[in-house]
Write a protein that binds this ligand. Structure first.
Ligand SMILES: *Cc1c(COP(=O)(O)O)cnc(C)c1O
Length: 444
């Protein structure tokens, strides 16, 4: 049953053979994959040529329990062997139990509800439809949804209308209208933007894709005050920050006595099994979407919701919230002491750090993509969301030894990256074969 790569006999590595077939068969939206991965266990993965890596990206903040977690694996297998898919003409115990569990963890009041989707962008689509219902049922109608500059909310057309980056949006114009982007963290801009025309404000508590940029202290609280006063919804996109990533179940829970109107979840929720969710807080918000107004064939199926339950169970029973907080502190302290690291950001195990971008080739292409390449060669998976920024989003069960091994390796990785850039620059005009100096296409 297991597929094999053609012609290792030609002398090519197995990975190279798979990559050639990838290029001939996959739509080219991700660029060339960095490696062909075949196996994982805990925070480690192995490639098709036997290379071993410490996975500090976790499938982009997804694999909260690492790879091949035994409980998650057995729950998914036994649920699939019992009842796999049923459609939303029916429900199942795992669907109901996961909804109840999420409401309890979110501290959601009576009358709160959950909608299940299959991904982050779909959770955001549901949130945007909720915002439109809020706007269209107001008198007079509220036509505007406010989102933040640098915000990332997904790639489908509705979610893309909230996503800010021009390179993601412009090729697909026209997008659904009515979205206004304001500078993130700017309280004056926020006060000016939230009016009686506003249906909803949508924001990430920490902007992950933008390079792990937290909102300034007090911003969320002011956003809550202004939206309540204006009668607009506050929708928090926790697709990346939710499910324990920041050391709390939800990042909004770092604010005392704080309740949003809706929260989107996905990435970590199934521990790697695809699932997304929208939580609506209180009856008034939950009643905005009624029968027939939204749906999903796969959403909330027994296997995905069993995966969600197993994931939340392990996070709780193994104190992975505490571990995320502790390992995050440890990593941030270690990283901040590395020469060449200019700023360290984030919370729990969502970490961004900036590098001194003075690369020897003077192109300004930035050091971070070269560091990603050097890290891979040294056995670490990390990510560069920007030319001088590295992001880490490892499994919440990361150990101190694993965290320390990366911090200890980083000075050497920076040297190797600088040397690779210098080498590329001195090989007069030849195209880079190392992948340095190129920003990876974003993968989310
Ligand atoms: C990744 C991400 C999304 C999109 O999730 P997909 O599962 O890739 O569709 C939306 N919002 C945020 C904040 C994200 O980080």
């Amino acid at each position: 049953m297991s597929p094999s790569a053609s012609s290792p006999a030609t002398g090519e590595s197995t990975g190279a053979a798979w990559l050639e077939r990838y290029t001939g068969s996959l739509l080219n939206v991700f660029g060339t994959p960095q490696r062909v991965l075949v196996r994982g266990s805990g925070s480690r993965v192995w490639d098709a040529d036997g290379g071993e890596y410490l996975d500090l990206l976790g499938g982009i903040a997804v694999n909260v329990l690492g790879h091949a977690h035994p409980l998650l694996t057995s729950v998914v297998a036994s649920q699939q062997a019992t009842l796999g898919h049923i459609s939303n003409f029916f429900t199942s115990p795992t669907q109901v139990a996961l909804a109840e569990r999420l409401l309890a963890l979110a501290g959601a009041p009576e009358g709160s509800r959950v909608f299940f989707a299959n991904s982050g962008t779909e959770a955001v689509e549901a949130a945007l439809k909720l915002a439109r219902r809020a706007g269209n049922s107001a008198d007079p109608v509220r036509p505007t949804v406010v989102a933040l500059e640098q915000g990332f909310h997904g790639r489908t057309m509705g979610a893309l209308s909230l996503t800010h980056k021009a390179a993601y949006r412009e090729p697909f114009a026209p997008l659904p209208g009515g979205v206004t982007h304001i500078p993130a963290g700017d309280l004056a801009a926020l006060r000016a933007a939230i009016t009686d025309e506003t249906a909803a404000l949508v924001l990430e508590p920490i902007q992950g894709e933008a390079g792990v940029l937290p909102l300034p202290p007090g911003y969320l609280r002011e956003a809550r005050r202004l939206t309540l006063e204006a009668g607009a919804l506050l929708i928090i996109d926790e697709v990346q920050t939710g499910v324990g990533r920041t050391g709390r179940w939800f990042a909004f829970q770092h604010e005392p006595d704080f309740m949003p109107d809706a929260v989107t979840l996905a990435k970590g929720l199934g521990g790697g099994f695809p699932i997304g969710a929208l939580i609506t807080f209180g009856p008034a918000v939950s009643d905005l979407l009624g029968p027939g107004q939204h749906g999903s064939t796969f959403g909330g199926n027994p296997v995905a919701t069993a995966a969600g339950l197993a994931t939340l169970h392990v996070i709780e029973s193994d104190d992975l919230l505490g571990n995320a907080a502790r390992m995050g502190e440890r990593l941030r302290a270690g990283l901040a002491a590395v020469p060449g690291v200019t700023e360290v950001r984030g919370r729990g195990l969502l970490i961004g750090f900036d590098l001194d971008a003075d690369t020897p080739d003077g192109t300004g292409a930035g050091l971070a993509p070269a560091v990603v390449t050097a890290a891979l060669e040294a056995g670490f998976i990390i990510n560069a969301p920007g030319p001088r920024t590295i992001r880490l989003a490892p499994a919440l069960l990361l150990t101190a030894e694993e965290a320390d091994s990366f911090v200890a390796a980083l000075p050497g990785l920076l040297d190797a990256a600088r040397a690779a850039i210098a080498g590329t620059a001195s090989s007069a005009g030849t195209a880079s074969s190392t992948g340095t100096g190129r920003t990876e296409p974003a993968q989310e």
